[in-house]
Design a protein around this ligand. Sequence first.
Ligand code: NDP
Length: 452
Amino acid sequence: MSEHDFDLLVIGAGSGGVRAARMAAGRGVRVGIIEDRYWGGTCVNVGCVPKKLYSYAAHFGEDFADAAGYGWNIGTPQFDWPVLRDNRAREILRLNGVYNRLLDNSGVTRIEGRGKILSAHSVQVGEKTYSAERLLITTGSWPYIPDFPGSEHCITSNEVFDLPVFPKRFLVYGGGYIAVEFASIFKGLGAETTLVYRGNKLLRGFDEEVRDFVQEEIGAHGVKLLLEQEIQSLERKADKLLVTLADGSQLTVDAVLCATGRRGNLAGLGLENVGLKANAQGEIPVDEHFCTEVPSIYALGDVTGGPQLTPVALAEAMVLVHNLYSGEAARVMNYDNIPTAVFCHPNISTVGLSEEKARQVYGEIRVYSTSFRPMRNTLSGNPGRCLMKLVVDDASDKVVGCHVVGPEAGEIVQGMGIAVKAGLTKADFDATLGIHPTSAEELVTLRSLTRR
Ligand code: NDP
């Protein structure tokens, strides 16, 4: 028996921390987990889960309009923000309880409070100090707000779910995942929505054709895009905000959501007490076994600067626990072909490489791409279109990228993720029969080459 209070002490009960704690406890390891705020972490409390609930709510706006073409007359729908907000809060509370029970039932000791690392084997929480053979940092990430006069008036994704009053005029700052998702959500819920982004095209890093397509669709959905613009200052005027942009133009809105990236959540963590240094993005460097420069301290998930995605943190946690406690050969996390979705309207989902990246990696590629109006939008008159695209390595015929923009793109690409991960070829796709009539059948009937 070790002289320590715990074998493994986890700091941060988000996706990665909870998974590591439960899996380790399941192997008979004595585990403690420390959390001061969000049991279940960003994903459950102020991220993926409430965002998806709000995205469902936002889609109803369009669905009501679409229903008319199918013969439904439902009068003028009214949206009630407090009902959505409070129902969401109750659901998240229920999920917090589920997380806590999962931890308790797996024998993990839950410790409430902010953890501060004191040494390579000890963490202070309030008045108490706990010791452990190993520490695991899973404190996640925290919204980053750029410095400009009045930036303190911005909200972030931490506050946006709980706004006391629905913002009739909503401004989103940024052009990444969170910005496009919340621009779509608030537009869908009925706010006059403006997105201000410093670049000329949203969603840097995604396939260029997808970016062009989505930008056009988001604009067509009524989000006002102000590109190559930055916020110069924000001024509070009673319950409104006066926004001044870099070109001197001004607009008045009810709320400004800053969605300008997330950085490692390190406040008060005490890294300096063990000589650990984070980089400029607040990320803790780790090796391929998630070990920091201090041999007894590990870190995984957002705080290490990998892809900031729940399934990545979960997978990393499983690899770490396997490596530390199974006694079997060590595994290494594979970051290839991570499927991802952006829940803007229309949804985007993608797995594998963009056309541009595939061209760099493989040289000779084939691209099959189609855009069309999905069948559901015919009778409704909804002008929304979908995009389906496959990127193929010419030499091996393997599908190395699959990109979908349109309703339920994530539900479609989850299956495609298996095919791409398995290294299936375009010939395998072609040999698969379609499910008719669906939008997704296009992915197995794409016969005409779009370009090389
Ligand atoms: P992103 O990194 O996706 O986007 C940040 C945006 O802010 C970029 O458009 C960036 O511009 C811009 N930006 C950064 N710094 C500044 C600055 N100083 N001034 C003005 N603009 C700035 O971060 P998000 O905050 O949207 O999301 C964080 C992460 O969370 C995502 O990367 C993703 O991994 C995860 N996430 C995943 C979701 C999902 O799976 N559906 C949903 C939401 C979040 P530029 O492009 O020019 O750098």
